[in-house]
Design a protein around this ligand. Structure first.
Ligand code: NAP
Ligand code: GDD
Length: 324
């Protein structure tokens, strides 16, 4: 029997790559779709299957992580073998503007889902999209033993979801795991995250469509990997015999300045001529340095990343140049 998976956040960067991966592995995939007045399915357009066609394997359902009763009816109807909770208000800067909503979606959303699974007695495996933002101000390199010190409403909401996931594992014996993922990017990255904001600007500047890029703090250090490799790690966590928590990261460290250098040099431009400062992009509290140690995932799951940040910048610039 083909396995059945439910992905919340299927319309996001990771959800779209994960849906692709699971369809390749012959899963039937159900995705949760937020109702919006305009289409929000751009990242999964190429996977969409008309339900009138014979044997569709991708189904989309209207639901929202802030609506607990809907999650119950959805899970009861689908009976998935695996649930991947990727949905979240995922923007750190925005979480300072909307701390309450971020708590309701990014924090309590996981509880609604876990509780729905428990209430209907569903026997499934659960993946929680935890984040390196939970480490916040803790000194790098960070691994599964590093204390959490979140620095934003987003990071705090993720810490809450992390512990709820562990609690459902410990209290109810649920196969529930946390993937603690460091930053991962791709040509499908949202346009307001710094890497994609940069690569889109590079493409537009190279095409003569604009002449400036406004950014905030250029000194933060991040460990940027390639999103398709990270969703493979999510899947591997749910296939292991025992539930556990794993860091996924490249173990490399670059500043925003470094990324600017990689991205602009691909089109032969000097970033310092185009980048301007705008304080609107600063955060009330910053996470200065995230560098992950993924040795546990390497030794237990056999997961190792191949694409490092300079190559990632090339992939993203080329995709944006082609799109522009
Ligand atoms: P993303 O592109 O921002 O996608 C977020 C997804 O969540 C979208 O499908 C969005 O729907 C959905 N969503 C937001 N609020 C929702 C709500 N209230 N109810 C239902 N769905 C909702 O994020 P991503 O980069 O793919 O990341 C996936 C997950 O991993 C997130 O939980 C993120 O916090 C976490 N994470 C990401 C990274 C990273 O570097 N990318 C690292 C660590 C952890 P719409 O399309 O309708 O907006
Ligand atoms: N977004 C953004 N826009 N960030 C900027 C800008 C700008 O104009 N200028 C400088 N930055 C800096 C931010 O201050 C931060 O230090 C760094 O660039 C990265 O910002 P983002 O790309 O927004 O990502 P993030 O690290 O805050 O959060 C992402 O990674 C987390 C994992 O560590 C998100 O994907 C989170 O959802 C994820 O959990």
């Amino acid at each position: 029997m083909a396995k059945v998976a439910l992905i919340t956040g299927v319309t996001g960067q990771d959800g779209s790559y994960l849906a692709e991966l699971l369809l390749e592995k012959s899963y039937t995939v159900h995705g949760l779709l937020r109702r919006a007045s305009s289409f929000n399915t751009g990242r999964i357009e190429h996977l969409y299957q008309d339900p009138h066609e014979p044997n569709p394997r991708l189904y989309l359902h209207y639901a929202d992580l802030t609506d607990g009763s809907r999650l119950v009816t959805l899970l009861e109807g689908i009976h998935p073998d695996e649930v991947y909770n990727l949905a979240a208000q995922s923007h750190v800067r925005v979480s300072f503007d909307e701390p309450e909503y971020t708590g309701m979606a990014t924090g309590l959303g996981s509880t609604r889902l876990l509780e729905a699974i428990r209430m209907i007695g569903l026997d499934c495996r659960y993946y929680q999209a935890s984040s390196s933002e939970m480490f916040g101000a803790s000194t790098p390199p960070q691994n599964e033993q590093t204390p959490f010190w979140p620095r934003s409403p987003y990071g705090i909401s993720k810490v809450y979801s992390y512990w709820m996931t562990r609690n459902y594992r410990e209290a109810y014996g649920m196969f529930a795991v946390n993937g603690i993922l460091f930053n991962h990017e791709s040509p499908r990255r949202g346009l307001t995250f710094v890497t994609r904001k940069i690569t889109r600007a590079v493409a537009e500047i190279a095409a003569g469509k604009r002449d400036a890029l406004y950014l905030g703090n250029l000194d933060a250090v991040r460990d940027w990997g390639y999103a398709p490799e990270y969703v493979a790690g999510m899947w591997a966590m749910l296939q292991h015999t025992e539930p556990g928590d794993y860091v996924l990261a490249t173990g490399t460290a670059y500043t925003i300045r470094d990324f600017l250098g990689f991205a602009f040099s691909h089109v032969g431009l000097d970033w310092e001529k185009y980048v301007r400062f705008d304080e609107r992009y600063l955060r009330p509290a910053e996470v200065d340095s995230l560098i992950g140690d993924a040795s546990r995932a390497a030794s237990i799951l056999g997961w190792t990343p191949k694409v490092m940040t300079p190559e990632l910048a090339r992939i993203m610039v080329e995709a944006d140049c082609a799109a522009v």
